[in-house]
Every structure is written in C-alpha cells, then in structure tokens.
Design a protein around this ligand. Structure first.
Ligand code: AMP
Ligand code: MG
Length: 295
C-alpha cells in the first residue's frame, strides 16, 4: 500500500483520531524497523531531491510553457504539532524562488471585515508555485468553532462552503493536499515544557496555549468533523502521526512527492532549434572576434 493510501482520510469519513497512534510509523517497511529513524532520514534525502526536481518542472512549465498548474500543501495541527518544523524541513528542500509560504494567524481587522475565504484567496499560489499554508481556512471550523467566535449556524455552513471553494480550486488547476499533523496530548505537554525551558523558544510560547490545551477534546472533535466532512478525491486529507519528528518530515515529504509525481510534470520544450541557435552563437562570436581584430 502506498503512503497516501495508508494515511488518507476516506472521502466522507469517518475519522476516529483516537484510533490513530500519534507515535505510529505507517509505511516504514518491516526491514527498516530496527533503525527506522536512520532509514527515514536517508530516504528523506532522496525524496527531497525528487521534490526539488518536480518543483522545478512545475515552475518551468508556468514560466515557459503557459502551464497554469500549482500545488498547495495545507498543514494543520494542534499547538506544538510541528507545522513550523515540517514547513522548514520539507519546503527547505526545494528552491525558495518557487515556493509561496503563508502562515495564518488571528485575522486582522481588515480580514474580519470580509468573508473567511477572502484572505485565503489572496494567498493562493500563482501558476507554477508550490504553496504551503501553515494553518488555513480550516481554522474557521476549528478555533472559531471551539471558541464560538461565530454562531453555530455560521460555522456549520462552512464545511460545504469549504468543499465548494476547494472544488473551485481544483477546477482552476490547484492540486491540494491537506495534512493534519497528529500529536498526542502528552507529547504536546512535553513540547510546551521544552519551549518553557529554552529561552530561545520563548518567542513561540503563548500563555494562551495552556488554556487552549484544556480544550483538547473539543479541538479533537472539531478536527474529526473537518477531516471527515472535507476530505474529497479532489482535495484529500491525510493524518500524519507526528510525535516522531523524523517520521513526520519523511511522511509529509513523501505525500507531497507522490502527489507531484502524479502530475506528469515535464520541462517545457523550447520554441527554438537548439542546433540552429548554437550555430548562430558561434557565428556571432566569430564575427565579433573578426571585428575586434580589425578594429
Ligand atoms: P501561531 O500559529 O502559534 O502563530 O498562532 C496563530 C494563532 O492564530 C492560533 O492561536 C490560531 O488559533 C489563531 N488563528 C488562526 N486563524 C484564525 C481564525 N480564522 N480565527 C481565529 N483565530 C485564528
Ligand atoms: Mg502558537
């Protein structure tokens, strides 16, 4: 079974997050189980090279071939779930010039004056770009639902609005893959403690994180509903066990590689004859030399 098949949320659900082990390592072959971390780190080097190759073709296709395709990786997770780490590790293996990375925090006043998808539309990758969303429109059925920032009938309507939006994106040649980094309650505590113990991590800590943590069960339910209701063939959700950072990075990179591989990306052919251009170049040089010598 491919990693995508192993981690994919079936269209329409169901999703039982409690049944998915956050420390699991689906897709790591039995033969690698003795040293899974070393195996995954070695694999990641290869996967990274493939990612970089596909991304360059995607970019080249738009720049020189008029190809309108783009790819969007959406990362969602609880606090300390590894969104920043996965972005750094996976996006860091590709050419920054072709990446479009956007984090979504609490909406600004301007953003709040618009529909919840307004800021998302503005942040979409242009043709040829590989976009990464660190948080996304899903916050509007996660934190917004858990904190009742809008009335229930408003957030309830959003699942269908999101699916309609993502269908529109698919029609517009946006290939999406949506990944929930799944950590355990205990792992979150360890990571929060580690942040508190390290002054270089204090900028990432927010006292509100402790209050959010108390709402863990409400968040897990909100995640389960979002994943079940918005996993489609066009824009599937994947749940990546994320307690182990090396597994998380390997899995996200591999899901992205497999998604890119399906696109059949090719370097666009030039609209010139390379042999004729070579002759022109040599001839032009020869004439330039003659005139230099004569001058
Ligand atoms: P961080 O990712 O640690 O920078 O935190 C970003 C914060 O913004 C998190 O607490 C999110 O819950 C919050 N956030 C993101 N999107 C929304 C939204 N649409 N409505 C309210 N809060 C949001
Ligand atoms: Mg935070």
């Amino acid at each position: 079974m491919s990693l995508r098949e192993l981690l994919r949320v079936p269209a329409g659900g169901p999703v039982d997050l409690a049944a998915i082990d956050p420390a699991g390592m689906p897709g790591v072959p039995d033969a690698a189980r003795r040293h899974p971390r070393r195996w995954a780190q070695e694999q990641l080097v290869e996967v990274g090279a493939e990612l970089a190759g596909y991304q360059e073709r995607l970019y080249a296709g738009a720049r020189a071939g008029g190809d309108r395709r783009r790819v969007l990786l959406v990362l969602q997770a609880m606090d300390c779930g590894g969104k920043d780490g996965a972005t750094k590790r996976v996006a860091g293996m590709m050419n920054p010039q072709g990446m479009h990375i956007v984090s979504f925090g609490r909406p600004t006043e301007e953003e709040r004056a618009h529909d919840f998808l307004w800021r998302i539309r503005r942040a979409l990758p242009e043709p040829g770009y590989l976009g990464v969303f660190n948080r996304s429109h899903y916050e509007d059925v996660l934190v917004v639902r858990v904190h009742e920032l809008v009335p229930p009938e408003v957030w309830r309507a959003r699942y269908d609005q999101i699916s309609a939006f993502e269908h529109e994106l698919a029609q517009d040649e946006v290939t999406m893959l949506k990944v929930m980094l799944h950590i355990s309650y205990d792992e979150q505590r360890e990571r929060l403690l580690a942040r508190l113990e390290d002054p270089t991590k204090h900028w990432k800590y927010n006292p509100g994180d402790v209050d959010e943590r108390e709402l863990w069960p409400a968040y897990q339910s909100a995640y389960a509903d979002a994943l079940a209701r918005c996993s489609t063939d066009e824009a599937p959700w994947y749940v990546v066990p994320a307690n182990r950072k090396w597994y998380r990075d390997w899995a996200v990179a591999t899901l992205l590689r497999d998604t890119l591989a399906d696109l059949g990306l090719r370097y666009p052919p030039g609209d010139f004859d390379p042999q004729a251009e070579k002759r022109r170049l040599i001839e032009a040089d020869r004439l330039a030399k003659l005139s230099v010598a004569a001058g």
